[in-house]
Design a protein around this ligand. Structure first.
Ligand SMILES: [Zn+2]
Length: 297
């Protein structure tokens, strides 16, 4: 039964804000970030774009049915008639399903673990994600980091292992003080944590500490989900992850079961994070499963 509930949660999560286009198309909005960088919101994980006369550099691809709206929204930008390079920050379908529409015309870049997962059918907590066709798979992969040049900027792709998944890429535009965090950052809400594919609550906190230690104080941060953010928002998210891990770990050490920990819930300072995909019990279950797996690693 719990598996079934989680499967529903994951399906809702994986589809993000997507609704079938013929019923009620989500509204896609294009928000300026800095210089040639914009964020597209409303049809899945946030997309970042860097306008370039040679063609758009795009970070994440939302869902296939909204790609028509995406093309419409970006066509007024320099190079906006063509998506030339697409980065997948991780494998989840609300960030990669749009590869099916964009892949035939773009070079897709991703961490090597992302390509491996996208090339095969995946079952995630009972939900199914079909393997992508060959022309929608990343054509370029990397293991640690890669620099791509577009829009007059050196764009650094860096892999951060064992965080939201084990294939998370963060995209740094140092010259503009902009960063796209992928799903390593859900702004203002409890995130999904893909324990089955190498996600790890403690690793996630450690990786965010590394990132926060390197970013200038006035950095503009594009989260995987939620509105455009600043350093204080990312720090608050990091602190919520750490507090959640401590909360669950203490109870595990005291011999509490997962059900008891879920029933005990979260203190008031964490309750405000339950306004997104996940409510507190679902989030506590993910944290529990991560700590349980971490303990026997
Ligand atoms: Zn994700």
């Amino acid at each position: 039964m719990k598996q079934k509930i989680m499967a529903v949660v994951i399906l809702v999560f994986c589809l993000g804000f997507y609704l079938p286009a013929q019923q009620n198309p989500p509204k896609i909005t294009l928000v300026p970030v800095a210089g040639p960088v914009y964020v597209l919101q409303g049809g899945g994980g946030n997309i970042g774009i860097v306008a370039d006369p040679a063609g758009i550099f795009m970070i994440d691809a939302m869902m296939e049915p909204v790609i028509g709206q995406i093309r419409e929204a970006i066509k007024v930008q320099p190079g906006g008639e063509r998506v030339r390079v697409l980065v997948n920050t991780h494998w989840h379908s609300d960030h990669t399903d749009g590869n099916k529409a964009l892949g035939p015309g773009a070079v897709i870049i991703a961490h090597e673990n992302v390509r491996t997962l996208l090339a095969k059918d995946q079952t995630l907590m009972g939900g199914q994600t079909k393997a992508l066709p060959a022309n929608a798979l990343p054509g370029v992969t990397f293991s640690d980091k890669l620099t791509v040049y577009a829009g007059g900027e050196a764009i650094r792709l860096v892999h951060f292992p064992h965080a939201h998944t084990d294939g998370d890429t963060v995209v740094f535009l140092d010259g503009l003080k902009v960063v796209h965090m992928g799903d390593m950052f859900f702004n203002g809400m409890f995130p999904f944590l893909d324990v089955a594919n190498g996600g790890d609550i403690d690793g996630w906190v450690r990786q965010l500490d590394i990132i926060l230690g390197a970013l200038p104080a006035d950095t503009k941060i594009i989260p995987g989900h939620g509105p455009l953010a600043g350093i204080a928002d990312l720090k608050a998210f990091r602190d919520m992850l750490a507090a959640s891990a401590d909360l669950v770990r203490k109870q595990m050490k005291a011999g509490k079961t997962m059900d008891e920990i879920k029933a005990a819930g979260v203190p008031d300072n964490l309750a405000a994070w339950a306004k997104g995909f996940l409510k507190a019990p679902q989030w506590l279950e993910l944290v529990y499963r991560s700590l349980e797996k971490g303990a026997d690693r």
